[in-house]
Design a protein. Structure first.
Lengths: 310, 497
């Protein structure tokens, strides 16, 4: 397999996951906006690390509706849903012969669906339906990959991209939301705002999961634990980094060689696996998550170096 | 226009009209057409459209911008050849491609053919396609044209002509394979009745050919396909063939040269490459040696070739052998290199750079076909009998301005095959491009690509000019009635001036 193939599949996984995470996040934010204050727009822009870009493109000073268009429809924003799907599709198209018909057709169908929606009048475009469609069809694409792809190098690179992106997304959400809701970093300060914390869980679709696991009222410490450390929650940082490590090991077995990327993947996985939520708050959540996110970025660079993707 | 065209189904011995007029190889197809009600035919056609569109989408999507690349129209009535007809063409093709390969080795070697006074040296050295970097190279097996597409036309029961040779990067073979797939699904009953020789082994044969011309003596040399990328119109064919052969489909950036060897970048580390089946034109192959602005090639590739570390297929500079003026020398090449009489005839050709020919051509434009020496794709040509006076006059000005850029040929009455058009079945003109593979041995899959001019009366079959394709069948020899082709090889036609 060529490095360019590995690179395309890795980025296809990343972009597709990015579109899916963004769709879910926007949905949660919209629901939140219906029932509370007015800081959502800035908060969401912060999650994407693009407060500046957002401010520059908006004349109205950051209304939620214009933020959503920026994150969903704006082709100048390389991380918007539309841009991400287009990028994932272009990666897939170049590897048309390295993926199955099912994966290609489901991804192409999503792209065609988005394109036809965008051709219509923006004023009457149903954003909610578009976001819903992205969420549904992205699940189908990952499902098609799960069910039909040969478990070879190509598959592992696709998984690697998807899980690395998802780990980073969840870490970002926890980081930014806690900073907004608890600027002092103390999770126990006062009675938690029920709606605010359930919105945080909704960003990774885990409200019911929380109830199932803890059977108790929403507690910021437990929310943090669930999103970061629970291995059985498929969008937790721990679960995603476990999967990253697993796919790195599969590749190392295939190639019979290990490098810095393997070491870092193992170290990150272990850090999340043995972390305790109370200790994390002791050293500071922002500090812990900052370290994790920096290392995820370094890991992505090392993967590029080790497998000649650059 | 010349006399009424030979129809491959209906021009049987007893003349048109009666049932005996159906030529033997077409009896199965004729029965099928007669037995099948017009409604059923319409339904089958619809089925074909649906099937081919769906198939075409996944096929075309290799290179499509919006997922729906236009596919070349496919006609469901196959073109059929009897075994002895094919056997004769096969012999002629092997002979012709052997001579072309001998010529290319000679053109970039000692140029014996020029010293013998058969081909003027200027024909080679002054040719815009001549690649000086390829001079003096000794290639594995002495092969330069590993994949050749020879365009043939038929004008009568036993009269075939070579229209042109394509020995650079001929394309179209993916249609041969895809058309057969479609046909087998749509009319399985025809196949069980008619013993059609298979073509699906093409990719195996191609891979074997490519491996056989590696410089290294590795048992399994590493072969890759080099494509200009997905913006190229033939990209789907590149992806299709790489897929079929199970080799890597590379762009220039996937390869690099280090210490005179070519490697591909893989997650495992650099992997050595022994043979490059390139679908990139000469000029773009190596920015260090050819066009410096090329992003499609690999820097240092030609150095690796000259060092005998990697073979490039087809070889560089093959264009000196397949332009329309070199074409006129091919029968002489066959006599010179092989000591044989040509089996397949050339179309008589006037070269406008010769004073007598030039005069004749200008006087007879309304009855001739005039082509650019380096033209392709059915563009830049004049079909005299179907052109207006004004078109002929303006083309005459072009010829007068650059006589050496044009050749002329009589307008041939290309054979016709029954084809679905509008409301029913009607004869349409066809040609044939068999694909000849030359490695340590010469292999040709039976048949080739039949192109059909879908417009009534049109002689231009190129897909860019509204042409379609047909599945091409060569029938297996009948064991109870062995072919007596040895006694019946048609005499070669006199070759044109």
């Amino acid at each position: 397999m060529l490095s360019s193939t590995a690179k395309n599949l890795y980025w296809m996984g990343r972009y597709l996951q990015r579109a899916k995470s963004t769709a879910r996040l926007i949905e949660a934010t919209q629901r939140m906006a219906l029932q509370s204050r007015g800081e959502e727009a800035a908060g969401v822009a912060a999650i994407f690390g693009m407060e500046d870009e957002f401010r520059q493109t908006q004349e109205q000073g950051g209304r939620l509706a214009s933020l959503i268009d920026f994150l969903v429809l704006d082709e100048r924003n390389p991380s918007s849903i539309v841009s991400s799907i287009a990028a994932a599709r272009s990666n897939a198209r170049e590897e048309r012969n390295n993926i199955t018909v099912d994966v290609w057709e489901s991804l192409n169908a999503l792209w065609l669906d988005l394109s036809s929606r965008l051709r219509g009048d923006r004023a009457t475009l149903d954003r909610g339906a578009l976001i819903e469609s992205v969420k549904k069809q992205a699940v189908m694409i990952f499902g098609a990959a799960q069910v039909t792809l040969l478990r070879d190098e190509a598959y592992h690179f696709l998984q690697l991209g998807a899980f690395l992106e998802r780990a980073d997304n969840t870490a970002r959400i926890v980081d930014v939301k806690f900073h907004l809701l608890r600027p002092d970093g103390d999770p126990h300060a006062d009675k938690p705002d029920y709606f605010a914390w359930s919105e945080v869980l909704a960003c990774i679709g885990a409200v019911r999961t929380y109830r199932r696991i803890y059977r108790s009222a929403l507690d910021p410490v437990k929310v943090a634990e669930l999103m970061m450390l629970r291995r059985d929650v498929p969008r937790s940082v721990h679960h995603c980094l476990w999967m990253v490590d697993l796919n790195m090991r599969e590749l190392a077995d295939t190639y019979g060689a290990r490098g810095e990327a393997d070491r870092l993947a193992g170290e990150l996985h272990t850090r999340l696996r043995y972390a305790r939520v109370d200790k994390i708050f002791e050293i500071g959540l922002a500090k812990f998550l900052g370290g994790v996110r920096d290392d995820i970025a370094t890991l992505s660079d090392e993967i590029g170096r080790q497998f000649l993707l650059d | 226009m010349a006399a009424k065209a030979f129809d491959e189904m209906n021009s049987g011995a007893s003349g048109p009209g009666g049932t005996d007029s159906i030529r033997a190889p077409y009896r199965g197809v004729a029965n099928w057409l007669a037995r099948t009600s017009p409604e059923r035919v319409a339904a089958t056609r619809h089925e074909v459209d649906l099937f081919y569109r769906r198939h075409g989408i996944t096929f075309g999507a290799y290179g499509a911008v919006d997922g729906h690349e236009a596919t070349i129209p496919f006609d469901i009535i196959p073109r059929v050849m009897a075994w002895d007809e094919w056997e004769y063409l096969h012999k002629g093709l092997v002979q012709r491609v052997q001579a072309l390969n001998a010529f290319l080795a000679d053109a970039y070697g000692a140029r014996e053919i020029c010293r013998a006074g058969v081909v003027p040296e200027s024909q080679i050295l002054m040719n815009g396609e001549f690649v000086a970097m390829a001079q003096g190279l000794t290639l594995p097996g002495g092969v330069h044209a590993h994949i050749a597409g020879i365009d043939l036309v038929r004008v009568g029961e036993k009269d075939f002509y070579v229209l042109e040779d394509n020995v650079r990067t001929p394309s179209g073979v993916s249609y041969v394979l895809e058309n057969r797939e479609v046909m087998m699904r749509l009319a399985p009953e025809l196949f069980s009745a008619m013993r059609v020789l298979p073509v699906a082994n093409y990719s195996d044969e191609l891979l074997a050919t490519l491996r056989s011309v590696s410089f290294s003596d590795d048992a399994e040399p590493n072969v890759v396909l080099l494509t200009p990328g997905h913006f190229n119109s033939a990209y789907f064919e590149h992806a299709f063939l790489a897929d079929e052969m199970g080799i890597e489909l590379c762009e220039g950036a996937d390869l690099f040269v280090d210490e005179g060897r070519v490697y591909m970048r893989t997650p495992r580390g650099p992997q050595r490459v022994d043979v490059i089946y390139r679908r990139v034109d000469d000029a773009f192959l190596d920015p260090l040696a050819m066009r410096p602005d090329s992003f499609l090639g690999v820097a240092g590739l030609l150095g690796a070739l000259r060092a005998g570390r990697v073979n490039i297929v087809n070889a560089l500079g093959n264009g000196v052998a397949d332009d329309k003026s070199t074409y006129t020398y091919v029968p002489e090449m066959i006599r010179f290199y092989l000591g044989e009489e040509p089996i397949l005839s050339n179309v008589p050709t006037w070269r406008c750079d010769r004073p007598d020919d030039y005069k004749y051509v200008l006087e007879h434009l309304p009855e001739l076909v005039v082509k650019e020496v380096h033209g392709s794709g059915g563009k830049g040509m004049l079909v005299g009998p179907t052109s207006s006076k004004a078109e002929i006059e303006s083309f005459a000005d072009l010829v007068k301005a650059r006589p050496d850029n044009y050749i002329a040929q009589p307008t041939l009455a290309l054979s016709t095959c029954p084809t679905f058009v509008g409301q029913g079945v009607a004869p349409r003109h066809v040609d044939l491009r068999p694909f000849v593979l030359s490695g340590r041995k010469v292999t040709i899959i039976p048949g080739g690509l039949t192109r059909v001019a879908l417009k009534e009366g049109s002689l231009v079959v190129n897909s860019s000019q509204g042409g379609g394709t047909k599945d091409t069948w060569v029938l297996a020899p009948d064991p109870s009635n062995p072919p007596h082709s040895n006694g019946e090889v048609p005499a070669p036609r006199a070759e044109g001036s």
